[in-house]
Design a protein around this ligand. Structure first.
Ligand code: 5GP
Length: 183
């Protein structure tokens, strides 16, 4: 385990099994269709790479980058930093997110993407933290529901670090206070 963590919440084997299950469900639900996976950067990267490989259908990948977080805390204001490259009109779109916390980011994504007239629009999140929900967003696919803890790893960061950990873990207090820099 990385020395900055206090515990591993979801070990690699559980992540692998959970992501595989999601891929199988999605493959069944969208059978005969092509799915456009819209990854929310940067947290979606590891999850999206594994999820896409466990979907046995044709998929397209596109990305958005939004900002609402600074360090540990949500600012509540969502901005688009990077938009989709392709049109999603008449497409079956599945938003792929690392974690839904307050739900404000997803609420914004849904509203924004709906205006582009996709055939269908659903949410797939690796992690769901329902205890802090402020916006009621309909999540179709959830990998794991977790308690109100700030987690890192498997795409999730703290100040840009820890995304490459192959598991999801909880940072210890000294790592949060110390705010390590990677240069
Ligand atoms: P929301 O808008 O739902 O509050 O937040 C969504 C975004 O906040 C996620 O995409 C993620 O980047 C960030 N976030 C929320 N909770 C956590 C967490 O526990 N750990 C990390 N690393 N990021 C989080």
């Amino acid at each position: 385990m990385h020395k900055d963590l206090q515990e591993i919440l979801i070990p690699t084997a559980e992540l692998d099994a959970g992501v595989k299950k999601l891929g199988e469900r999605i493959s069944k639900d969208y059978a005969g269709r092509c799915v456009t996976l819209v990854g929310v950067l940067k947290g979606c990267t590891l999850f999206l790479a594994d999820l896409a490989r466990s979907i046995s259908l044709d998929v397209r990948l596109d990305f958005m980058m939004l900002s609402s977080y600074s360090g540990e805390h949500s600012t509540g204001v969502v901005r688009i930093l990077l938009d989709l490259k392709e049109s999603i009109e008449d497409c079956d779109v599945l938003i792929v997110e690392d974690i839904v916390d307050s739900g404000l980011t997803m609420e914004y994504m849904l509203q924004n993407l709906k205006t582009r007239r996709p055939r269908s629009l659903e949410i797939c999140t690796l992690l769901d933290k329902p205890s802090r929900r402020k916006a009621n967003v309909p999540i179709k696919y959830t990998g794991f529901t977790i308690a109100d803890k700030f987690v890192v790893g498997y795409g999730l960061d703290y100040n840009g670090i820890y995304r490459n950990l192959p598991y999801v873990g909880v940072l210890n207090a000294s790592a949060i206070e110390g705010k390590k820099i990677c240069r």
